[in-house]
Design a protein around this ligand. Sequence first.
Ligand code: MN
Ligand code: MN
Length: 461
Amino acid sequence: MNIEELKNTLFAAPKNGYTRLSAEERTEMEAHAKGYAAYIDACKTEREAVAWTVEQLEAKGFRELVPGMELKPGDKVYRNNRGKALMAAVIGTESMNEGTRICSAHIDSPRIDVKPNPLYEDAGMAYLKTHYYGGIKKYQWLATPLALHGVVCRRDGTTVTVTVGEDEYDPILMITDILPHLAADQMQKTAASLVSGEQMNVLLGSEPLEGEGSDLIKLHMMKLLNEKYGIVEADFLCAELSIVPAMKCREVGLDRSMLGAYGHDDRVCAYNQLAALLQLGTPRHTAVCLMADKEEIGSVGVSGMQSFAFETFMHDLCDATKASLYRCFEQSFCLSADVTNAYDPNFPETCDRRNNSMVNMGAAIFKYTGSKGKGGCSDASAEAMAYIRSVLDKAGVIWQVGELGKVDQGGGGTVAAYMANRNIVTVDAGVPVLSMHAPMEIITKLDCYMSMRACKAVYED
Ligand code: MN
Ligand code: MN
């Protein structure tokens, strides 16, 4: 063997995904990107993602899973966890005692939440006080178009949906920044303290109601909200209102090879899982699709991945197919799908280039995430990695190996550890993202499409 042949035999040779993409795959990739763009524009909160997904599931014959149901292979069910998280399954031909194939993603994204007592007036303007949710660089949210999304529970027991800033003719909202001319002190600060949490007040309006007295601008805002949504100030306490970027998904680059949007993390993986699930016939193993809330703040709460809601759903599935829950967990495999950082040549010092995922190299597969000495991750076994490698290769998926940033630079984790803690073999996978957690994040169409193919390969194994 000459040197070239020896290299080809012995070396791993990662290649740009476009060199291996068939014409057919390219067409499918573009269609997938279009579908995803529509989804990401319609779903800017976990509630919107759940509502949208339930509609899709129902249209494809999924029914709500109720205790006591009997299920047979090919049956399709879902459970809506309080409007904020979702679980769906297609029953396989094999008993659930032989395990399931799970894909998990989260549908919450970093954002700015409105406080329970938010509305006030100052210096001739009305504002909303906020409390950010998840890991954001606060300064990125200043002087950029924002929208208001959420729900308010009124005293009469009804709930109203609020959306401001999405319709072309809607007003947008904004958080202001100080002009450079007067930023001498601000520019001396570190990026983390450039703007404080308590300065993240959303500008709501400036016109007072006609009349005498104080707080006439605040009163004007409350009157407008009351006319449109039937709410009063005290109802803010019983509300979930979020400030999110008002931008729509756009193709990025002269070649249109990328997508810029708010909330790729992690709704791109949620969409990919769903798209894969909806293409399934009757699988061998029961396919389970999880869309969790609260990942950005630790997967806590009733709608987070640590919640017993997952056990309850799986228990009901096992019950309906006469299988044992703990046997099922032990035999199951989970692809924990969450976005990761794409290597950014503008910040090479943050990554180990030999191990970081790169754009257009396909779905990224991780042995571990975590920070420092792998803290907080599930660290998949060699056997688990061998399994996913064989599944992806068999299905012709373009994929790459990833690690989030260089050692000791920072790190991250997702729901993988919570799945693995349940005695489910779990591997991390995801779509590489540029500008993660920024108001507009970037992914490539190829990586998005291949991650959907990865979910499909797992479901079909
Ligand atoms: Mn994520
Ligand atoms: Mn995140």
